[in-house]
Structure formats: structure tokens, C-alpha cells
Ligand binder design. Structure first.
Ligand code: HEM
Length: 183
């Protein structure tokens, strides 16, 4: 399954990179070029999610689960793979629900921000994958500058999780209020 995983991971990485580029073009460029990207974005995002599920399943089959979860490097790889899936699932739902108004007004900046967060996380997933097969890159040196060595289990203090939950609740309240005001 190792060779299969190496091959399959190119699909989510490629689709996620393409979706991010399309969001950049759709947000920052005017005219027909932007319109074409708005129309084609949803199918690319849906394909990226399907490809990610296949990559994750194949990844879980490379080593026995006990081995993967015993290694901090592999644990970090699983964590960032699932985060990437989470961010791009959010983007897919937003683009799908908003339809033709996804790039209207402030929502385009939300899409752009999420896409930039997503690209940073999936680049980290690929980088850690490289470490797992002994092919290291300078990207992990950059992560070290931000205070994270990929060989140590990623750790978030409990208070940060608390702040994140509060931000999530605040966003939900703002969203619900906005919907009520609009209707
Ligand atoms: C979207 C999800 C994922 C992506 C994009 C991804 C990406 C990668 C990449 C780029 C590599 C290096 C392959 C190479 O250099 O040819 C790799 C290796 C690896 N990945 Fe993933 N991965 C994903 C999910 C997972 C998951 C969920 C696991 C579960 C444990 C996993 C386990 C592994 C293992 C064990 C290796 C090393 C393979 C070996 O020893 O030959 N991956 N991955």
C-alpha cells in the first residue's frame, strides 16, 4: 500500500493547489477569467474531497494503526491531513451553499483566507509525508522558525482550544443574526 499512497496523494494535493489558485484568480482578477473560475470551482473542490478520502484511507493502510499512532511524525501527518480535509470541506460547503454569490462582497475574502490557511496546512501534510520517507525539505525549517519541530507531537494549549471554540460560537451567532436581519 506504500507505493499506492505515494501515487494517490498527488490527487488531493493537486486539486487543493488548483482550487486555491482558482480562488486567488476568482477573488483578485476581474472579468471573464474570474467568472470561469467561479463556475468551475465547486467541481474541483468536490473532486479534491473524494481524492483526499482515498488518500487518507490508503495512508491508514500503509503501516499498522498502532505503528502510525505511536510515531509523533506520523501522528502529525494524520492530524494535518485531517485538518486539510476539514478546511477544504468548509470551503466546499460555503461555495456550494452560497452558489453564484460566493464571490460577492466580503464572502470572497473569507474564501481567500480559508484557501490560504488550507494551502499552508496541506503543504505541511506533504512535508511531513516527505519526512516519513526520508525526503526532507526546507519547509520544515520554516515551521521550526514558528516554534514547531515536526518530529514532536503538535501541541495546542487548552486555553487556545477554548479561544477557538469561543471564536466559532461568535461566528455562528454573527451568522445567525445576519440571516435574521436579511429575512
Ligand atoms: C490528504 C491526506 C494525505 C496526504 C496529502 C499525504 C501525503 C503524503 C506524502 C506526500 C507522502 C510522501 C510520499 C512520497 O514521498 O512519495 C506520504 C507518506 C506517508 N503517509 Fe501520507 N498523506 C496523507 C494522509 C495520510 C494518512 C491519514 C496516513 C495515516 C497514517 C498517512 C501515512 C503515511 C505514511 C506511513 C507515509 C510513509 C510511507 C512509506 O513509508 O513509504 N498519510 N504521505
Amino acid at each position: 500500500m506504500s507505493g499506492m499512497h505515494h501515487m494517490l496523494v498527488h490527487f488531493p494535493l493537486g486539486f487543493w493547489a488548483l482550487a486555491t489558485l482558482m480562488i486567488l484568480v476568482g477573488t483578485l482578477l476581474p472579468g471573464r477569467m474570474a467568472e470561469l473560475n467561479h463556475i468551475a470551482l465547486l467541481p474541483v473542490l468536490v473532486l479534491s474531497l473524494l481524492a483526499a478520502l482515498v488518500a487518507i484511507i490508503s495512508g491508514l493502510m500503509v503501516w499498522p494503526l498502532e505503528a502510525s499512532t505511536a510515531s509523533p511524525l506520523a501522528r502529525n501527518h494524520i492530524l494535518t491531513a485531517l485538518w486539510s480535509l476539514g478546511v477544504f470541506t468548509m470551503l466546499t460547503v460555503l461555495v456550494w451553499r452560497a452558489g453564484s454569490s460566493a464571490f460577492v462582497g466580503a464572502s470572497r475574502w473569507v474564501l481567500l483566507l480559508l484557501a490560504l490557511i488550507g494551502i499552508a496546512i496541506f503543504a505541511t501534510t506533504g512535508t511531513i509525508g516527505g519526512h516519513l520517507v526520508g525526503a526532507t525539505t526546507q519547509f520544515s525549517e520554516l515551521l521550526k522558525l514558528f516554534g514547531w519541530d515536526v518530529y514532536h507531537t503538535f501541541f495546542v494549549p487548552t486555553w487556545v482550544i477554548g479561544v477557538m471554540v469561543l471564536i466559532g460560537v461568535a461566528c455562528a451567532v454573527v451568522g445567525l443574526r445576519g440571516r435574521r436581519t436579511a429575512s
